[in-house]
Ligand binder design. Sequence first.
Ligand code: F6R
Length: 604
Amino acid sequence: MCGIIGYTGHRAANDVLIESLKRLDYRGYDSAGIGIIGENLQVFKEIGEISMLQHSIPKIKGNLGIGHTRWATHGKVSKENAHPHLSCDKKIAVVHNGIIENFRTLREELENKGHIFTSQTDSEIIAHLIEEEYKGNLEQAVSSSLKKIQGSYAIVVICEDEPEKLVGARNESPLVIGVGDNENFFASDVTALLKFTNRVIYLDDGEFCIVTKDSIHIFDRNNTEIQKKENIIEWDFNDAKKSGFPHFMLKEIYEQSDSVQRVLRGRVSEIDRSIELPDKVEILLNDAIDSIHIVACGTSLYSGMIGKYLIEKITNIPVFVEISSEYRYFGTKDRSSLVVFMTQSGETADTLGALKKAKNAGSRTIVVTNVIGSTAARIADGFVLTQCGPEIGVAATKTFTSQMLSLLLIALKIATIRKELGSDEIYSYIRNLKDIPRQIRQVLAQSDKIADMAKHLKDATSVFFIGRGVNYPLSLEGALKLKEISYIHAEGFAAGEIKHGPFALLTKDTPVVAIVTRDATYDKIISNIGEVKARGPQVIAIADEKDTEIEKHADFVLRFPTNTGLLSCVSITVILQLLAYHVAKLRGCSIDKPRNLAKSVTVE
Ligand code: F6R
C-alpha cells in the first residue's frame, strides 16, 4: 500500500526522500510526491515510478520534508490525487496512508467553511482540517484534527511556519520513527530507513509524535508524553538490493535455501531431539488446546491451509482455516482456544482486524510474521519470526516457504508437549527438515528446464493447477503466483473437484499442472490426470524424482527430490514459483511490481 517517509536533519531532504521512496515503492506505486521546506514549502508530484518524479523535480534546497508513494484507493491515479496534499494557503502539507471513513461529511463541512479541494482523495481533508484548527502550533492542530477523523491513518505533516518539525501520527496503519545522529525520520516501513539508520521506535495506535532533527517527543491518546524504547533492526541494507538478479522475485526464490535454514536455526536440535520456539509461544502451546484456527489472506492463507494438513497429521487437534476479512466479522462464534495468524508483513489490515477480534473474544493468539516490531507481532500474545530478511518482490516467495515450516515447527512442538510423537519420530522429522536446503538447491539447478516448460504456458489464456491433500493448497498457491505476475487466468483445485463444474472450462488450450506425490492418493491423481487428458489439455506433472510411472500419464514432467510426504511441499513450491516467474518473464510482465497489487495491504 502507500509508503510514507519524513526527514529532518543535516542532509539534503530531496536526496533522502527520493532514496527512501525508491525503497518503499514496492508497497504501492501508481504515483509519488515530495514536499520540502526550504525558503518556503514546495511540493512536487508525478504519476508512475519514483524515477519519473526524480527526473522531473529541480534540486530543491531544504533539510526537512515528506514523501509518499501512492496506491490509489479513493480517486483515480492522477497528479492531483498524489500526495502530499496541501492546505488552501499551501503552508501545510500532509502524506497519509489509510482510509478516512467519514471523509465525505468532513469534506462537506470544510467546503461550507470555504475550503477549496483540488483532489478526489479522502486524504486531502486532513490538510484542510489541520489548517482549520491551526493557531500557530502544528502539533495542537494535528491532535485536535485527529479527534474528528474516523478511520485508519498513518500521517506525517509539515508546516511552512514551523520549518523545524515533522508531526506524525498513527491509527491502524504502520508508522515508525527512524532515529539518527542529528537527524530523524518517519517511515511506514523500516526498509525505507535501512540506508540511513537501523535504530527505530515503533508507534502504536493513537500515538502521535513531534520530531525535530535532535529531538523526539511521543504522546499517547490522552496527550500525555510517553517514553518508548529504541529497537535495533538486524536487516542488512544490502538485503534490500537485487545483488545481480534481474528481479527481486528471482533473488528471493534463490534465497530460499538460506531462508529455510534461518527459520530452523536455533529451533531444531538434532542432539536433543527437540523443538524450541520463543518462550511466550511455548507457554501458549503448553495450555490445553481444543482446536486451532489459522487466519490469513492470500499466499499466507495458503500456508495456513498447508499448516492444517501438517498439524492434523502430527497432532490430534482439529484445525480450521479462515480468511481474515471473513473471520474478523463472522469467525469468532465457534472460537478456538488458540488462533494462529499468518502474515508476512504483520501489517495486513484484515489480518490485524481479525487478530484484535480473536483477542477480544478471549482466544490465545500467535502470529507468524517476517517483520519484527510489526503491528501484528506487537498485538499478539506471542510471535514466531520467519527470519527471511526483507522480501521486496510483491509476490511472496521465501516468506511462504518459511511460514509453512514455522507451522510445522508449531505442530511438532505441540506433538512433543502432548507426547503424540516420540523422540525417534521428532529426530526423523529434524533430519528430513535439515535436508530441505539441499533439495531446494537441487530444484534451483533445474531452472533452465523449468524455463523451457514455461514456454508451454506462456500463451495460455487459462491454466488449471490440481492436487490432492497438501497439494491442493499448493495448487492454489501455484495458480496465485502465476496469475498475479503473468496476468494469465489460473485456478487451483482439489483434483477430485474438477469434475464437479470446472471440467466445463477444459479445452485443449487449457494446460493443467498436476502435483503428484507418492502417497495414498497417487492412483487417484493419476486417474484425474487421465480424465483431464481425455478432454484435450496437455498436462505438466510435478512429480517425485523416484516416480517411474508418471511419464506414461503426463505430457511433461518436472521432478522434485524425494522427502517424507508432507515435507516435499517446499521443493514443489520452488518449482511452482520458478514456473510462474519464467512464464511472466517470457510475457514481459512487471514481475516485481504486478499491476494493481501492493506488497502490504494496509487498508481493509
Ligand atoms: C501474494 C501475496 C499476497 C499476500 C497477502 C497477505 O503473492 O503476497 O497474497 O500473501 O496480501 O499479506 P501478508 O502475509 O503480509 O499478511
